[in-house]
Design a protein around this ligand. Structure first.
Ligand SMILES: [Zn+2]
Length: 101
């Protein structure tokens, strides 16, 4: 099973807890780089490839105003096609987490 790390920060002025995957010890360098880039881009909103986290949409902003810390969102990052974060090996590794027991 994957392990996760939690960091605190801010998204558009909203206090946020980022739950990001830990770097896998037993993965290839490409997969480790891909996971590292996903961690970086989720927390900093920018990936080294230039991909950026999508801004909060209007519905999410309204829910945050009403519900405060009760909201949950999955970051949408537009990585470049050659970024290790979206390499087939990285995606396969991440999809494998769903089926791990
Ligand atoms: Zn990227």
């Amino acid at each position: 099973m994957p392990e996760f790390d939690v960091f605190t920060g801010s998204v558009e002025g909203v206090n946020t807890a980022f739950v990001v995957p830990s770097l896998p010890d037993n993965a290839s360098e490409l997969v480790r780089e891909g996971v590292a880039r996903r961690r970086i881009s989720m927390i900093n909103a920018v990936c080294p490839c230039g991909g950026r986290r999508a801004p909060l949409n209007r519905a999410m902003r309204r829910r945050l105003k009403r519900g405060g810390a009760q909201e949950f969102a999955i970051a949408d990052i537009a990585h470049e096609p050659d970024c290790p974060a979206v390499a087939p090996e990285t995606v396969a590794h991440i999809l494998g987490w769903r089926w791990a027991t």
